[in-house]
Ligand binder design. Structure first.
Ligand code: NAD
Length: 463
């Protein structure tokens, strides 16, 4: 099929590339000329594992091209996917200005029998509104379908290629069948292709994100309770996760959720509900718990050092909102950085992919380090905010030698308390039991030290 994908961000670039990979002829369109220039120079404007090779191959084989010219890009298309950003506006509602701009600019250039598909996350009713708007501009009715995207940054290519389900919202059965044909190569393992109304499809995306955000805020609140009562959330998590009704996914406590989706989508759903005078107390609580959770590491740091952080230098590992991405939108690390800078602390930060994005926000207000051990050099403490794989087995002996004070504030519960304590660190985690007894047993038990010194990963990392 001939396809146009508007927006070459995290969703649009993955969508256009994966659709080209399955044999379609795809043009990716973006108003940001710098992004298109980067792609055309053989690089990517974002970090997403596995994507660069796919873009390069499909460009080489001439199934994938890019342009800033919207009219030319859509003129031949049988399917036009809209994957532009729908950020949070000042009121909390989704800001649809990008979507309307695209609709207005392309209406008169869309070929007959072309289907417009909204992939961006949009409030319920947006498909209907866009259909009305296009019809008015173009002077004829247009097919508009909803096809919400469920990919996860960091695993986006895999998620698109092997979706656990595809959801489409359509008014006409033929439109659904056309989209079923498009997605057939990605659903060869019989995962479902679900057809529903555009309103239900739009709602499905918000409900999915609301459920996931609720799980995170729930376990974070329980972790905070565990700390009050001397229980360990890791044991509790195991204790509940084996119940098939509960399960393990998304029940890891941490420093709060961030990213370009959960915070703005929860806010948009709350706003939608309020428009209909509906009560959404649970959603509001999820949001409040998350805002508070982003301050939990700050509080632990303040409690440890006292209010004066002026002469303290803190290292931060992990700036992206999650591992395997360079995306820092609403990242919990930013809340921590803001609070610590406001207290006068000096910061040495490291992230495998997100440093350039953070530097663009904070300039020379912090020291940016290419390597994790560089960040802890001379530091009075280390805060871990994102669970990158490479932070899981550091060489604590090397860190001890490099750091001025030996304290770790672990916002992702990466380590066994006994191991960290056994290496002579003070350790703060989220909802973990770090009592006198575990300190004592850590100093008696040399096991953790032996395991770490045999770990080839940490050896490599130091050299
Ligand atoms: N990022 C995710 O993990 C994810 C997952 C599922 C759904 N979504 C949804 O998908 C949508 C896109 O998200 P994203 O993270 O890819 O956003 P993004 O900010 O990375 O990319 C959006 C792109 O759209 C382009 N754009 C904006 N207005 C345009 C216009 N008028 N013409 C052409 N291009 C235009 C921007 O320049 C940008 O490159 C959002 O609605 C988001 O909620 C995102």
């Amino acid at each position: 099929m001939k396809i146009a994908v508007i927006g070459t961000g995290y969703v649009g670039l993955v969508t256009s590339t994966c659709l080209a990979e399955s044999g379609n002829e795809v043009v990716g369109i973006d108003k940001d000329a710098a992004k298109i220039a980067v792609i055309e120079s053989g690089r990517l404007p974002i970090y997403e594992p596995g994507l660069l090779e796919l873009v390069q191959r499909n460009r080489r084989e001439q199934r994938l091209s890019f342009t800033t010219d919207l009219a030319a890009g859509v003129r031949q298309a049988e399917l036009v996917f809209i994957a532009v950003g729908t950020p949070q506006s000042a009121s909390g509602a989704a800001d649809l200005s990008n979507l309307w701009a695209v609709g207005d600019a392309m209406a008169q250039h869309l070929p007959r029998r072309c289907i417009v598909v909204i992939k961006s996350t949009v409030p319920v009713g947006t498909n209907a509104d866009l259909a009305g708007r296009l019809e008015k501009k173009a002077g004829r009715p247009m097919d508009v379908a909803s096809n919400p995207e469920f990919l996860k940054e960091g695993a986006a290519v895999d998620d698109f290629m092997k979706p656990d389900r595809v959801v489409v919202g359509v008014r006409q059965a033929e439109v659904g069948e056309r989209l079923r044909e498009l997605y057939a190569p990605f659903l060869r393992t019989e995962n479902p292709f679900l057809i529903m109304s555009p309103e239900s499809a739009e709602m499905t995306k918000y409900v999915a994100n609301a459920m996931l955000a609720t799980k995170i805020s729930f376990i974070n609140e329980m972790a905070n309770l565990c700390e009050k009562f001397g229980a360990d959330i890791n044991d509790v998590r195991r204790g509940i996760g084996h119940d098939a009704r509960i399960g393990f996914p998304f029940l890891f406590p941490g420093a709060g959720y961030g990213g370009s989706c959960f915070p703005k989508d929860i806010s948009a759903l709350i706003h939608l509900a309020q428009q209909k005078q509906a009560r959404v107390e649970l959603l509001q609580a999820v949001d409040r718990v998350n805002t508070a959770q982003k301050q939990v590491l700050v509080e632990k740091i303040r409690r440890h050092y006292g209010p004066a952080l002026k002469d303290k230098c803190l290292a931060i590992w992990g700036l992206a909102f999650k591992p395997r991405t360079d995306d820092i939108r609403e990242a919990p690390a930013l809340a921590l950085i803001d609070a610590l800078l406001a207290q006068g602390a000096c910061l040495r930060v490291h992230d495998p992919e997100a440093i350039a994005n953070v530097r663009a926000l904070y300039g020379d207000r912090m020291v940016y380090c290419d390597r994790p051990y560089g960040a802890v050099e001379g530091a009075d403490g280390l805060a871990i905010v994102t669970e990158w794989q490479e932070f899981r087995h550091p060489d604590f002996d090397v860190m001890r030698r490099l750091m001025r004070e030996h304290v770790i504030f672990d916002g992702r519960n990466l380590y066994e308390p006994k191991t960290v304590l056994g290496h002579g660190f003070k350790y703060y985690a989220i909802g973990r039991l770090i009592d006198k007894e575990s300190v004592a047993s850590a100093t008696r038990d040399p096991l953790s030290r032996d395991v770490l010194s045999r770990d080839p990963l940490s050896r490599d990392a130091i050299s």
